[in-house]
Design a protein around this ligand. Sequence first.
Ligand SMILES: C[S@@+](CC[C@H](N)C(=O)[O-])C[C@H]1O[C@@H](n2cnc3c(N)ncnc32)[C@H](O)[C@@H]1O
Length: 386
Amino acid sequence: MAALTEDRKKMLTPTIRLMVRLVLKRKLQNEKAIPSSNIDNYYLVEALESHISKVDENQLVLYAQMANLVSLILPSLELDLKEIAHTFSKFACNAHTICDPELRPLGTGLYPVISIINHSCVPNAVLIFDGRTAYVRALQPIGKDEEVSISYIETAAVTKKRQNDLKQYFFTCTCPRCLKDSEEDAVLESYRCKNQACDGFLLPESGGRSYTCQKCSISRDEEEIKKMTREILLLSDKASSFVSLGNTTEAGSIYEKIEQLEQNLYHAFSITLLHTRETLLKVHMELQNWQTALTYCRLTIPVYERVYPPSHPMIGLQFYTCGKLEWLLECTEDALKSLTRAADILGITHGTKSQFMKELFGKLEEARAEVSFKLSSSRGHDEQFS
Ligand SMILES: C[S@@+](CC[C@H](N)C(=O)[O-])C[C@H]1O[C@@H](n2cnc3c(N)ncnc32)[C@H](O)[C@@H]1O
């Protein structure tokens, strides 16, 4: 690595590091310096799908450059650059993002046995890591002949976006959600009805100039929508520049304005509004504004429950955040409810033995004890005065 120029060092992406580890592992396994097994050997990598014939020329050039860099990092090995480039193409449709228990990305890994699992936007299983060990856990009972599926992408998105994110895998998803989701997509991305009491979504009128609610037929003027969209765009640019300056307080107050505008513009289940609220949750956590953070956390949950399958870890994690905030704010009974929901879901997706889960169970026990203590002391108080 020391022999690399600064420019080349910048190219040491997680994918390059993964390739270097893979090449070294193959060498060591061939020399029997480290053990190989049925689920851990290079033959499994050879069998992976690469879609190399469909990869475009620019991407092929990039793979060739990356292969070259690997050979510079490992000068003592005689490498077949074409084979390395081909393996990079396998990474694109088979590698997995290793995440921490809170689903924050940590790096990239290749798990050839897990790579046999196909994608669905309504998956019946989920891939969870404990350190570098990968676990596939069922989100629901899976029948004997039923196919196990996981999601390769973020499923909190409309069909067009999901299909676009799946392009690197060279297939068109035909899961039930992709086949029938036009109305659901409209809810997730359309404008809301002008009537605040109506939960309908708008579609453009054939002649343009206005949008009409599909539930109550009230129209919204196109100009008004364009004006609000422009205002949101301007504010978003401003908020991003405050974020890059590290001014979280200013960024937060601009995101609040964006959220207000988006509430009036988009449907309550809008993905755009969801992302703004996720940002506001992060901002207020950073600023230790626990009550406001809790408000935004609670607002995200109904949308999560709509866009993720039941028992999805994202829902469990959001209940966990809610529970921790409620505990901090001494809303003990709410905390108990949220932590119970979190434990019910994350117990399925994360198992019960990891340190992360032990901490959650510890917090749940504490909340349970506190609630029963409060209950018994209020009963004692009532008895004293009866
Ligand atoms: C990680 S591999 C999954 C295993 C692969 N089906 C196999 O037999 O080796 C990813 C590739 O599988 C195919 N694939 C995955 N999910 C699919 C789906 N829902 N429909 C069609 N093809 C899919 C695509 O070719 C994709 O690039």
